[in-house]
Design a binder for this molecule. Structure first.
Ligand SMILES: Cc1ncc(COP(=O)(O)O)c(C=O)c1O
Length: 405
C-alpha cells in the first residue's frame, strides 16, 4: 500500500474513489518505454520545493503540458538529438510550430520577413494574411533567386528568412549553406521547414539554420494517426519560445507526443524504403507518354540534383514527387484520383501509405488561381507521397489510373 492509500484508507467512499491508487512511488519502475504522463499537476515534498520549481531555481514539472511534460520532453530530446540541435520544442501541429518559430525569431509589427513564395499553402497564407495584418512586411521570393534575396537583405532590416528544404509541390531544393550565410551576414535568423526531408535526410543546423521546423504529422510520426509539430533550435531560442508559449497555450498533448515518439523510432527504415519507392516511380513516370513533367530532386536532370546529394549525404531525394498529366484539367484529374485503388487520395504526406494529392484543391487551395499559376502549380499537377509498400504495386495502381485519362 502506498503512502497515499494509507492517508485515504479511513476516508469516506467518495473521497477514496478520487484518491485511492494515485501518486504511487514509481522510482523502482524502470520501464523500457517512456510512459504517458497525462497529469496536469504535480506534487512536491513541501511548499518550498514547489516555490523553487515555479521560480525556475530547481528543475521539475508544475503544470503540464503548457509549461512542460515528461512524455513530451522525451520526444523533444529525441528530435533535438536527431537534428543535431541543442534543444527542441513540441507543438500541436506543424502550423503551430511555424507560427511560434516566427514569433520566437522576433517577428513583430514592423519586422521584415523573407519567405520562399512556394512554401506550404497555409504557411503562405499565415504570412500573407495574419502576419501582414499584424504589421509585418513579408517579401515572397523565388528560393533559387539568391541575388533577389541578397538585394532585400541589403535594403531593409530582415528579422527572419523562412524556406523549406524541399518545396511543395514542385520539389525545388533550397541552398541552405548559401541562404544561411546570407541571412547571418545581415543579422537575420534562418528558419528551415525540414518536413519533406525529415531529420533522416538532412539536418539543416549543420548547414547554418537557426531553427528547424517540422510538421511531425508527416514523416516523423509516419503513420497518419497524429498531428504534431516540432522546432529544433538553440537553448536560447527554445527558452524564448517556451516563454511565449506559456501565454499562447499552443501545447501538444502527452498522448500525441507518445505516438509521435513511437513513430520516430522507425523513421530511418521507413524513409529508406519510401525514398527508393519515390525514385522508382519518378523514373518510370518520366518515360510515361501521358506525363509531360516529373518533379523529383533525385532525378539526374533535376536542376538541384547535386545540391540534394550534398544536403542528404547521398541518402535520397525524399518520398514526395509531383508530376504533370499531359493536357489534364480538373475533370481528368478527378477521374484519375477516383480510379486509384491502392494509393489513397488523402490530404497528407509522409505516411507509410502511398498518398495522392491534388494541390489545386488541397495544399494550395487558399491561393487564388493566378497565385497558383504564377508558382507553376497548374491544373494537371498531382503530388504523390510514396509509402512503404512494394514499388511495383504502387506503380501498377498508378498505371491503371492513368489509363482512365
Ligand atoms: C511543408 C509543410 N510544412 C508545414 C505543414 C503544416 O503542418 P500541419 O498540418 O502539421 O500543421 C505542412 C502540412 O502539410 C507541410 O507540408
Amino acid at each position: 500500500m502506498n503512502k497515499e492509500d494509507l492517508v485515504v484508507k479511513e476516508k469516506q467512499f467518495i473521497t477514496r474513489a478520487v484518491h485511492a491508487g494515485e501518486r504511487a512511488d514509481f522510482s523502482n519502475v524502470n520501464s523500457v518505454v517512456t510512459p504517458i504522463f497525462p497529469s496536469v499537476g504535480y506534487t512536491f515534498a513541501d511548499s518550498n520545493e514547489l516555490d523553487a520549481v515555479l521560480g525556475g531555481e530547481q528543475p521539475g514539472y508544475v503544470y503540464s503540458p503548457r509549461y512542460a511534460n515528461p512524455t513530451i520532453v522525451a520526444l523533444e530530446t529525441a528530435v533535438a538529438n536527431l537534428e543535431g540541435a541543442e534543444a527542441a520544442l513540441a507543438l500541436p501541429s506543424g502550423m503551430a510550430a511555424i507560427h511560434l518559430a516566427l514569433l520566437g525569431a522576433g517577428v513583430r509589427a514592423g519586422s521584415h520577413v523573407i519567405a520562399a513564395a512556394d512554401v506550404y499553402g497555409a504557411t503562405y497564407t499565415l504570412l500573407q494574411n495574419i502576419f501582414t495584418e499584424l504589421g509585418a512586411t513579408v517579401h515572397l521570393v523565388d528560393v533559387l533567386d539568391l541575388a533577389e534575396i541578397k538585394r532585400i537583405l541589403k535594403e531593409v532590416p530582415v528579422t527572419a528568412v523562412l524556406v523549406e528544404t524541399i518545396s511543395n509541390p514542385l520539389m525545388k531544393v533550397a541552398d541552405l549553406p548559401q541562404l544561411a550565410a546570407l541571412a547571418h551576414t545581415h543579422n537575420a535568423r534562418f528558419l528551415v521547414d525540414n518536413t519533406f526531408c525529415s531529420p533522416y535526410l538532412c539536418n539543416p543546423i549543420r548547414f547554418g539554420a537557426d531553427m528547424v521546423i517540422h510538421s511531425a504529422t508527416k514523416f516523423i510520426s509516419g503513420h497518419g494517426d497524429v498531428m504534431a509539430g516540432l522546432v529544433a533550435t538553440t537553448n536560447e531560442l527554445k527558452n524564448e519560445m517556451v516563454r511565449l508559449n506559456k501565454l499562447l497555450g499552443s501545447s501538444l498533448g502527452p498522448f500525441e507526443a507518445w505516438l509521435t515518439h513511437r513513430g520516430l523510432k522507425t523513421l530511418p527504415l521507413r524513409m529508406r524504403q519510401q525514398c527508393q519507392n519515390a525514385l522508382t516511380i519518378a523514373t518510370w513516370l518520366q518515360n510515361h507518354p501521358k506525363i509531360s513533367q516529373v518533379h523529383y530532386a533525385f532525378l539526374p536532370d533535376h536542376p538541384q540534383f547535386d545540391l540534394m546529394h550534398q544536403l542528404s549525404g547521398g541518402k535520397g531525394g525524399g518520398a514526395v514527387l509531383s508530376f504533370e498529366v499531359r493536357g489534364a484539367g480538373k475533370p481528368e484529374i478527378f477521374a484519375l484520383m477516383d480510379a486509384l485503388q491502392l494509393i489513397q487520395p488523402a490530404t497528407s504526406l509522409g505516411d507509410i501509405y502511398s498518398l495522392m494529392l491534388y494541390p489545386a484543391i488541397s495544399s494550395h487551395r487558399t491561393l487564388t488561381s493566378d497565385e497558383r499559376h504564377s508558382l507553376g502549380i497548374g491544373d494537371g499537377l498531382l503530388r504523390l507521397s510514396a509509402g512503404i509498400e512494394d514499388a511495383a504495386d504502387i506503380q501498377a495502381d498508378l498505371a491503371q489510373a492513368l489509363e482512365i485519362v
